[in-house]
Design a protein around this ligand. Sequence first.
Ligand code: NAD
Ligand code: GDD
Length: 346
Amino acid sequence: MSANVLVTGAGGFVGYHLVKYLVRSGYRVRAVDLHPPEYEESPAHEFEVLDLRQFEHCLIATRGIAEVYHLAADMGGIGYITAYHASITRNNALINLHMLEATRENGVRRFLFSSSACVYPQYLQKSADVTPLKEADAWPADPEEGYGLEKLFTEKACQYYREDFGLETRVVRFHNVYGPLGTYDGGKEKAPAAICRKVALAPDGGEIEVWGDGEQTRSFMYVDDCVEGIYRIMQSDSPEPLNLGTDELVTINQLVDTVAAIAGKRISLCHDLSQPQGVRGRNSDNTRLRRVLGWEPRTPLRQGLIPTYRWIEGELRKHGRIPMRAFASESIAVQQPVRTPAPGAV
Ligand code: NAD
Ligand code: GDD
């Protein structure tokens, strides 16, 4: 079995999938979170419930660990991160600084920090027809308030720990991630899951609410690509921040059309301009990622949305929120994205 690795935030969306990937790849995985995963049991060898805002808990989490995949964060979609600037900043700053210091004290070799496209300056994201964002664009800084500013600060803290203490740090800027077993309700959900939920709950010919005019743009990354990219970046020798996303730019209205087609429903849209919208346009420039890894996320949006929609529809049905009848999307052949084994893993 390979080295002991730690995944923080393993009770969350990306963390759950990453643990699964690492266990399958032969690693011995310790998983840590405030709570176990909501939808399926974690495949981790150990799951420890810890609050990483507390330094002592970070020391417990990192004991005997060779590599830390640090995903724990107070986070959510644009509705959530614009509503709680103070608590998100406090929680994430405490988690991140304590994790870095505990990692150093316990002699961990490598530390991967899950940063975000929210670090990019708002002045570069004012047009739906946005120029894809390069890593160097993050400075001069004008990030998303609260959540984005804290991520940018921790990116720098990673750099300082590398320079001053020799800790091998990796910094990954995720662009909006979606897939099965992601939060789809309750206020923290991001656009792909929210739209899948709304379409699944709407009758054929019904109407759903869309935040903004729907012409704002994003690129979305399927979670299998995300965990493979995280792993590849951890193994790389690149300490500089790297984008991890696709460059398939779509409007939110196009996202709705794609989900409606998967559901086999005619859906009309009611645009609510009073809801949070974030930046007007955001896309990932993958030039550096391709150069460093010779790889980039490649699951087309429609392909990744099929299992995502089906999973959310199934959850809603399980909880009695959709009447028991044949799934509208059942007739669609689901093409599962191909999982490639972790390169170099035993
Ligand atoms: P998530 O909310 O599903 O998972 C984060 C997990 O961190 C949660 O399970 C939460 O309980 C845990 N956590 C929060 N506070 C904690 C604490 N004090 N101690 C221990 N655990 C704590 O989010 P996710 O989508 O899986 O995101 C994973 C990471 O990727 C986060 O750092 C997030 O900021 C980053 N990210 C995600 C996206 C995305 O689209 N999903 C985009 C950009 C960046
Ligand atoms: N959440 C949500 N719910 N967004 C909606 C909805 C809805 O029902 N309808 C339309 N939208 C629009 C939002 O107004 C926004 O313009 C766009 O869809 C994308 O919203 P989110 O997916 O919530 O967030 P984001 O892309 O602005 O930011 C997310 O991605 C970052 C990384 O790229 C957040 O999750 C950040 O936390 C993350 O770091």
